[in-house]
Design a protein around this ligand. Structure first.
Ligand SMILES: [Zn+2]
Length: 480
């Protein structure tokens, strides 16, 4: 895993020591050490690595910085950022100011593993279970997230293995979830699941169908604008023989076919400007809502998601700037520009507060905006070279998001003010949502000291926000 910031998004957990507290203060010596971060007095708790990233800045006119005997270059405002071999027991810094030789020493301590905080091993009997909360089903214990069922979805547990359970999903599919996320559910073992015979139009772009015995695991396959939207229900037998279409023509046609190994695939042929679907569960029925893209940024509802916040600051640049703060500065500038063009700006989290990744997705599900944009700034791992990966990158996951992601990437690449670190399809928690196009922008590398200077410049930020706004404008304009 290359980037720390992205590791957090993938696992959906709070991050390592690197991102758990706000910007560190200045020490009596004049040193502000941003990474590794002093935690208690003169000590730093960190697991030993082969190399260590060290960044921060020095007060006054500092010269000739040495870190554990290695000369380190100083930049504007006394900033430094380097990667050194693992220093062992302590981190020792020496530098010269007009007042003479300055020293600081921090002890490195290995983290105490708190075994009590690990989830207990469980053993659950095979049979029907309910997923306790919004969780993902993985392809193997600890492996890639794969399916994203509704909260409270019913699943069939086949075996327990330590902290993981193997689920039989139907259609010859199996998946794994942490046992801690399962709760035994009542009901006969292996009762066949059945989808009702009618896809009913409920008005306002909503359809529903009955599904027995409860919310079951589904999988959406969308190919962007081409081909039908495919809603797969492994293990579910279908009795579909009629569907109500809507007067506006969002749903142009529907059919279904049986999945090999048992299951149903509902094929929804939607209007070309449909760019999102949300799936929910109400009163024994699966509810599908189709989203039509507006044709202009004017009036479009954009959900901005400044990454990190509160005590979870994200990475910290050598100046002491936190990623959370920089994400918010960019989001606020972008919001101003979007509102000037008539867009309605919504926020996943308005104040500088910590918010879980799935909670951000839940906000998107409930607000049903026209586009979701998560703003981040990049970093490298704790043993990485801060100079190694400059530039911006754009991430998306669903087919609905591909076009908007490409336009955003193109606009920033053509601008050329930052190196292009690519356009990526990637299973990130905040991008795994089908309600609307969902993008994540790493707007630059905060850990790269040269780039940090640019990112701190307000004029640069205004110009960058303008490019992002233009890309979104172009996206809505391109809707046909
Ligand atoms: Zn981040």
């Amino acid at each position: 895993m290359k980037r720390l910031c992205l590791v957090l998004l993938l696992v959906g957990l709070s991050c390592s020591a690197y991102a758990l507290s706000a910007a560190p203060g200045r020490r009596p010596s004049g040193l502000q050490l941003c990474f590794p971060r002093p935690q208690a007095g003169d000590s730093i708790v960190i697991a030993p690595l082969e190399h260590l990233l060290v960044n921060g800045n020095l007060a006054g006119e500092a010269r000739s910085l040495m870190i554990n005997g290695q000369a380190v270059e100083l930049h504007a405002q006394g900033r430094f950022a380097t990667r050194i071999p693992w220093p062992g027991e302590s981190l020792e810094l020496e530098w010269i100011t007009d007042a003479g030789l300055q020293r600081d020493r921090l002890v490195l301590l290995p983290p105490q593993v708190d075994r009590e905080s690990l989830p207990p091993e469980r053993s659950l009997l095979p049979g029907r279970h309910r997923l306790q909360e919004r969780t993902a089903i993985s392809t193997a214990p600890g492996a890639s997230y794969w399916l994203f069922p509704l909260p409270q979805a019913l699943v069939e547990l086949r075996e327990s293995d330590g902290r993981w359970g193997r689920l039989e999903l139907g259609a010859s599919l199996e998946g794994w979830v942490p046992l801690a996320r399962l709760e035994p559910a009542a009901g006969p073992f292996r009762e066949p699941a059945l989808a009702g015979s009618a896809l009913r139009y409920e008005g306002e772009a909503r359809w529903s169908f009955a599904l027995r015995p409860g919310p079951l695991v589904h999988h959406i396959e969308d190919d962007g604008s081409a081909g039908p939207l495919r809603l797969q229900l492994p293990g579910v037998f279908s009795a579909f023989d009629r569907a109500e279409l809507d007067p506006a023509g969002l749903l142009e046609h529907m059919d279904w076919e049986a999945l090999p190994g048992g299951g149903t695939e509902l094929k929804l042929h939607t209007a070309s400007d449909v760019h999102g679907i949300s799936v929910s569960w109400e009163d024994g029925r699966m509810v599908l809502e189709l989203q039509r893209a507006p044709r202009s940024l004017k009036g479009a509802r954009i959900l901005l998601d400044p990454g990190h916040g509160g005590e979870e600051s994200g990475c910290i640049g050598a100046s002491g700037m936190t990623e959370a703060r920089l994400n918010r500065l960019l989001a606020e500038e972008l919001a101003r520009q979007l509102e000037r063009k008539g867009a309605e700006v919504l926020w996943t989290v308005r104040a500088d507060e910590r918010m879980g990744l799935y909670d951000r997705v839940a906000v998107c599900d409930s607000l049903q905006p026209d586009l979701f944009l998560s703003l981040h700034h990049n970093s490298v791992p704790e043993d990485g070279d801060p100079w190694s990966t400059p530039g911006f990158s754009v991430y998306y996951y669903t087919g609905y998001s591909a076009k908007a992601a490409r336009l955003l990437h193109e606009e920033l690449a053509d601008w050329g003010r930052l190196p292009d670190d690519g356009l990526h399809w990637r299973s990130l928690a905040v991008c795994r949502q089908w309600t609307c196009p969902a993008l994540l922008l790493e707007a630059g590398s905060l850990i790269h000291p040269g780039e940090e200077e640019l990112l701190l410049d307000e004029r640069f930020r205004r110009a960058q926000a303008k490019k992002i706004r233009k890309a979104l404008q172009e996206y809505f304009r391109s809707v046909d």
